[in-house]
Design a protein around this ligand. Structure first.
Ligand code: GCB
Length: 592
């Protein structure tokens, strides 16, 4: 699905701002048939939870409603009119006046509706959006709804971040011609000093399609006719980690000499390949440094915020990080575009986090009930998972920053049924995008001996907490275990290994002369120990610390106002470990 952009043939109106707001209740059963009741208003984009002081809103389980009046620009006569939601978490329902125009499940990918026949240029309409935050065994992420003893609905889940919901990303009204560019796919390879650009343009009907490639200065460097083709760009400037360079593929629909639709798709010329135990970008070994991140800030929850976007990338640069993983869901498109423009490498993950009932069994690794079964995660879950993969890859396929798909985080890959569940999904990912490697971030219970899916993956991503959840505070014991673990995977699979999570909760300002868990000194020593081991194991091609910043979680006795494994606090101040990472990562660069 194309991101709305203004062009000579398309216009766009941003609908962010203050919307009327109500949570579902007896008096809001059918809010779309009129103005929402009550006086609440909510900011868009933002998760609604932390905006309000009322705990029954913050912890509400079910539908919540947003509403505003929207004017259609009077110049849009003759154009198609669309309303586009960058995300509605976790499910959305959209009404124009009283009419349902769109329904979508999945809280982190966009959807839109053609509302031309329901609105008039130069006139207003009432736009109402419901968002549903309920998680079940067939949603991603999954969850369970229970009823408390006093009759309230309560949501529990297996993922370690707060179940923020709402309109956390932008909402747009845009116009486009009836006969228009609907999709663009760009795949690049490198032939000596020439960039080879294979493109496909999908139009909404029979159309005369032409493309032009513009370099970063806007100069035309190639052109082609037809909906698909291969273009050659001599002396191409490659997209490289730390040295981004973007071209635009301008897809045009023509009627004789007139351009009736025009859409610019940014892309970078680069290749990605796994060869032996190496991860290659443009044929050169690449070593990942950086973090697992979250979309999480005070007050906004998961609301996208351009100021935090800019600042987070400044901090990535300051600390010398060259990459991050979009743990544990697809991030706002603005984040990937920023990474494209600034040469940061991204591992792009679905919202499949929590497919693991063994985690509920504590550190035993034993699931109290089977993770994969008709009653738990089943065919319907798998179908939803496939849809999530389709939507993720459709949205993000053209980003040069995205170098790998992560199909899930910490599924119960050691249990019966795991292979049957994941094999078709991994195959689907490869079919949808044969150009990028595929991985899954593996849970600590999965060893190279008992894991059932690692052979299906290109890169072994390991989340490990020796010295924190296991051997707590005993770094020498943890060091031995970590090294044995890594060497086991390396020997058995011979594939590249990325440590996709390792970290220790740390309270800023807590100090000790000893390596005491929760202190700033411990976080440093913990990371130092992991780095010593990584430097001894050649198959390790990357290190992504858990987490970039502290983030909010559900309540729990092992969480102090959220998860505190951030190298930065939630308001982005560095803990002591940040300077140690800075020293290491600036020294390593992109190759270990
Ligand atoms: C994990 C999860 C991550 C948690 C982290 C932790 O393995 O992937 O979502 O936040 O551990 O801190 O426990």
């Amino acid at each position: 699905m194309l991101k709305p952009r203004p062009t000579a043939t398309r216009e766009i109106v941003n609908l962010d701002g203050i919307w009327r707001f109500a949570v579902e209740g007896p008096e809001t059963a059918a809010p779309w048939s009129g103005p929402l009741p009550g006086a609440l208003e909510a900011a868009v984009p933002a998760s609604y939870n932390d905006l309000f002081t009322d705990p029954s809103i913050r912890d509400h389980v079910g539908w919540a409603w947003y509403q505003r009046d929207v004017w259609v620009p009077r110049g849009w006569a003759g154009e198609r009119v669309f309303v586009r939601f960058d995300a509605a978490t976790h499910a959305g329902r959209v009404y124009v006046g009283d009419r349902l125009v769109a329904e979508h499940t999945g809280g982190y990918t966009p959807f839109e509706a053609d509302i031309t026949d329901l609105v008039a240029p130069g006139a207003p309409f009432r736009l109402t959006v419901g968002v549903d935050n309920r998680l079940t065994n067939v949603t991603l992420p999954p969850g369970t709804i229970t009823v408390t003893r006093d009759g309230r609905r309560s949501q529990t889940y297996l993922h370690d971040f707060y179940n923020y919901a709402g309109l956390a990303r932008s909402v747009w009204l845009y116009s486009a011609p009836a006969l228009r560019v609907e999709d663009v796919t760009v795949v690049t390879t490198i032939d000596g000093t020439t960039g080879v650009v294979d493109y496909t343009v999908t139009a909404s009907g029979d159309a005369e399609v032409a493309v032009r490639v513009l370099d970063a200065t806007g100069g035309e460097v190639a052109r082609g006719e037809g909906a698909a083709g291969s273009l050659r760009i001599e002396n191409a400037v490659l997209w490289r980690p730390g040295a981004a360079y973007l071209y635009d593929l301008v897809a045009e629909i023509r009627d004789g000499d007139t351009v009736t639709d025009s859409y610019p798709q940014p892309f970078g010329i680069r290749t990605v390949e796994v060869r032996g135990a190496e991860f290659l970008i443009n044929g050169e070994p690449f070593y990942f440094t950086g973090f697992g991140k979250h979309e999480d800030t005070p007050v906004r929850g998961k609301g996208h915020d351009d100021a935090y976007l800019v600042h987070d990338f400044q901090l990535l640069d300051w600390v010398g990080a060259n990459s991050f993983r979009t743990s544990h869901y697809p991030y706002a498109e603005e984040v990937l575009e920023f990474a494209d423009r600034h040469g940061i490498v991204v591992i792009d993950e679905t919202a499949a986090v929590g497919l693991n009932l063994a985690v509920a069994g504590g550190l035993t690794g034993q699931a109290p009930t089977p993770t994969f079964s008709p009653e738990t995660f089943n065919d319907e879950t798998q179908t939803a998972h496939a849809r999530h993969l389709r939507e993720l890859i459709a949205r993000d396929k053209n980003h040069p920053s995205v170098v790998m798909w992560c199909v899930a985080n910490e599924p119960s890959s050691t249990e019966e049924g795991a292979r049957e569940y994941f094999e078709p999904l991994i195959a689907l990912t490869r079919e949808l995008d044969p150009t990028r490697p595929v991985t899954i971030a593996s849970v600590i219970f999965a060893t190279c001996e008992n894991d059932r899916i690692a052979d299906l993956l290109d890169v072994i991503c390991l989340n490990r907490y020796y010295g924190w959840y296991l051997d707590t505070g005993d770094l020498p014991a943890a060091e031995a275990r970590l090294e044995a673990d890594l060497r086991g995977w390396a020997a058995k699979f011979g594939k590249p290994i990325i440590m996709s999570e390792y970290g220790a909760d740390t309270l800023p300002g807590l100090h000790s002369v000893w390596d005491s868990p929760w202190t700033e000194e411990f976080q440093r020593s913990f990371l130092d120990m992991y780095h010593r081991v990584f430097d001894r194991v050649p198959e390790v091609v990357g290190e992504q610390v858990w987490n970039f910043a502290d983030f909010q979680t559900s309540n729990g006795i092992h969480r102090v106002d959220g998860n505190r494994k951030g190298v930065f606090t939630r308001d982005r101040r560095p803990k002591a470990a940040a300077r140690a990472l800075r020293e290491r990562w600036r020294r390593i660069g992109h190759h270990k």
